[in-house]
Structures are given as C-alpha cells and as structure tokens.
Design a protein around this ligand. Structure first.
Ligand SMILES: *Cc1c(COP(=O)(O)O)cnc(C)c1O
Length: 399
C-alpha cells in the first residue's frame, strides 16, 4: 500500500518537526539583503534570543548547515591529527562524534556503549583515567534521538573537567526541550540545530562556545588548520561586532523564522517549555505502556524529547511506522541502524501539544491492531489523557 495523499498529515518525528504558523508565515516575506538594516535587526534579535535559550553569555556561533555541520565545527576546531580525544556514545548520534574525530585523524578513545544505555559518569571517569595521554576534548550527546535516552550532561561535564578536558555536547534535538543551563553547568561547547526543539525548518546550526574552548581552538587556527567556513574564530569575530556581522551570507529566510520561533519559546518561558515536554513525555510513556509495549531504554523522567517503545515479537516492526503514515497520515519514526524494525519513536520536541500525543498514540494502536496485535482501541490514547488529567492540564505550545 502506498501513502494516501488525500488524508490529513501529522508530522510526529524528532526532526524536522512541525512549524508554528507564525514561523511558516514569516518566511513568505521578501528576501532581505543581509547588509541592510532590516536584516541586521532580525539577526541581532535572534542572536540575543539564542543566548537566552542556550542560557549563556557566549556568542552562539551560527552556520548555514544541518546540525551535523555544527558537530563538525566542534571537531574541526578542537581535534588535531594524532592528538587524543574521547567520545562516549550509546546510539547513532553519539557514534557520529566518533566518526567525525576519526575523519579528522584524531587519536580516538571511544567508550562505545550498547544503544539505549545511559552513559554512567563512573564509566566515563574510568575511560578517561585509562588514557595514556589526557584528551584535549570529550564529546558526548545530551538527547540521543536514536534511542530516546537523555544523558546526564552535568555529571559528564564534571568528569571531563576533572581530567582538564573541554566537553562538547550534542544537544541538537534536546536544546529547548530539556533544561541545559550551559553557563551554570560550565559546559564548554553546546551544539544545536534549527529543525528540532527550536521549531524551525532545517538549515541552521549552532555552536555555543565558551572562552576556554575558543582559546583551545585558537592554538590551531590559520594556515594548514583544515578549516575555513567552520572556523570558530572567524564567525566569533563577525558576530561580536556591533551590530553583529556574518562573515558569509546568512540563510536570511531561516533567520526570520528563527527569530519568531525563539520569540515564541521565550514567550512561553523556558521553565514552562521544559515542563510541557515533561508532561507530553509522561503521557506518551503511559500510552505505550497501556498497550503492553515496553519502554526502550532506562526509566528516566528526564527523557522528554522522544519516547521509544520496543515493538512486540511477532509484529513486523518496519510495518508499524509505515502503516501509521500511509493509512493514518501520522509520520512517526521507526528505529535507525541496528534498531531498525525493533522500536517505534514518538517525538514530542518542539511545537507539540497534548492532542498531538493522543493522535500519535491512536495511530500507533490502530497500526498495531491492523498487524494482528491485541490492542483495545483507545487504550493508549486514554492512558495519555488520564496522565494529563492527573497533572491538571493538557499543555499546548504558544503559537
Ligand atoms: C538530528 C540530530 C543530529 C544532526 O542531524 P542533522 O541531520 O545533521 O541535522 C545530531 N545529533 C542529534 C542528537 C540529532 O538528533
């Protein structure tokens, strides 16, 4: 069966995520010249809002790329050929750090955990202590989108700092969904992308870099450094001008979208935004458990970006997200890589509200029923609704 294009479509993936109408609307404005006052104002406003959302005083360095571009910028600026670095990973995106470090010829020590585990700070400690030479940098993931696990960034940062290494955190899916107060926790580098919890289209990537990491990067800048567009110093100098400047043509349309989206996040208020994500996740977990699916990954009330559930034996795992999309118009994600066909992932990061969870769970129940699983219609959706009732509110995002 192929997709039925005539039914209403619901985007329920962890990226790209749905856009608030005001964000879509502003992208219809005429293209602005990036040196003209109209754009300079948008750029300055969005950069200031980025600092609020990253909870930092750093310049949030911005690039026109997918999230991986900002990951690459961190490796290009901090890893050196033959110099030691460490990666701790337990999923597909964590492994990307390792692939990047290898691509740049760094001497890599990789704490490579089973997908779905949470990185235990003690294990990272043993890994770093066992290295012959201390690492320049340690690379970890906040929200591991491939498994739903959210790692303990604060504890991992303390471990890295105990070994005098800077820490780089991939928060591409989690920034704006789960609290990560960068300056308070002294996280050296936080990387994010526009198309997940930040409610924008794909195409902008961010690296919030503190002084210490900028200084480490500066040890290897210039000729033969192997970086140019992604050189942090070049972008940092431009953005630090008053008004902020961009060394290259910024993706002007996306900046308009970003400014509006960040405005909505700040209007809702970061604490309320995090609480909403927590409540949506709680309802999603209640829903999948109500139809007998096992939660994938550890029990963790902070895992509020994506809810991953193991699919029952005897059900064709790959068919579940396909049926949800083709028959019911709900695009949710299955498993990636080694989890292909084994899990289904319900995203609730960004522009998501209570009714989205009810819809996603209803489509999941229906697809499982179609595939012969014993599922009582309304069981998952009802459990989610009860979770909202218990909390006293069914949260919706500011639009
Ligand atoms: C989406 C994502 C990325 C980057 O993906 P792009 O496709 O390059 O935007 C990196 N890390 C995590 C945790 C992600 O969820």
């Amino acid at each position: 069966m192929s997709a039925n294009p005539y039914i209403k479509q619901y985007l329920m993936t962890a990226g790209p995520t749905p856009l608030p109408p005001a964000v879509s609307g502003v992208m219809a404005e005429p293209i602005a010249y990036h040196r003209a006052p109209a754009f300079i104002e948008v750029h300055a406003s969005a950069l200031a809002r980025l600092r609020e959302v990253f909870q930092t005083r750093n310049e949030v360095l911005s690039f026109a790329s997918s999230g991986s571009g900002a990951l690459e910028s961190a490796v290009a600026n901090l890893a050196r050929p033959g110099e030691p670095v460490a990666v701790a990973s337990a999923g597909k995106f964590g492994e990307r750090w390792a692939e990047l470090c290898s691509a740049y010829g760094a001497e890599l020590t990789h704490l490579d955990l089973e997908w779905g585990e949470a990185i235990a700070p003690g294990e990272l400690e043993r890994t770093l202590a066992g290295m012959e030479r201390p690492p320049r940098a340690v690379f970890v993931t906040q929200s591991e989108t491939s498994t739903g696990v959210v790692h303990d960034v604060r504890a991992l940062t303390e471990v890295a700092h105990g070994h005098d290494a800077v820490i780089c955190v991939d928060a591409v899916s989690g920034l704006g969904a789960v609290d990560l107060p960068q300056d308070e926790w002294e996280v050296d580098v936080v990387v994010a992308g526009s198309q997940k919890s930040l409610m924008c289209p794909p195409g902008l990537a961010f690296a919030s870099v503190n002084e210490r990491a900028l200084a480490l990067a500066a040890e290897s800048g210039g000729e033969g450094s192997g970086r140019y567009y992604f050189d942090w110093a070049r972008t940092a100098e431009g953005q630090a001008e008053d008004p902020p400047n961009s060394p290259f043509t910024p993706a002007v349309t996306l900046w308009r979208a970003l400014d509006v989206a960040l405005g909505l996040i700040l209007e809702e208020g970061l604490p309320t935004v995090f609480e909403r994500h927590g409540l949506l996740a709680r309802a999603a977990r209640a829903g999948v458990e109500a139809i007998g699916l096992e939660r994938f990954g550890p029990d963790d009330d902070d895992a509020n970006v994506v809810t991953a559930a193991s699919l029952p034996d005897g059900v064709d795992g790959a068919a579940v997200p396909k049926l949800m999309r083709d028959r019911y118009g709900v695009t949710a994600a299955g498993g990636q890589g080694r989890l292909k066909g084994k899990i289904v992932r319900i995203a609730h990061c960004g522009y998501f509200g209570a009714f989205d969870i009810v819809i996603a769970l209803t489509a999941l129940e229906a697809a499982l029923g179609d595939l012969g699983a014993e599922v009582e219609p309304g069981a998952a959706a009802g459990a989610a609704q009860r979770a909202f009732a218990q909390a006293g509110r069914a949260p919706e995002p500011v639009a």
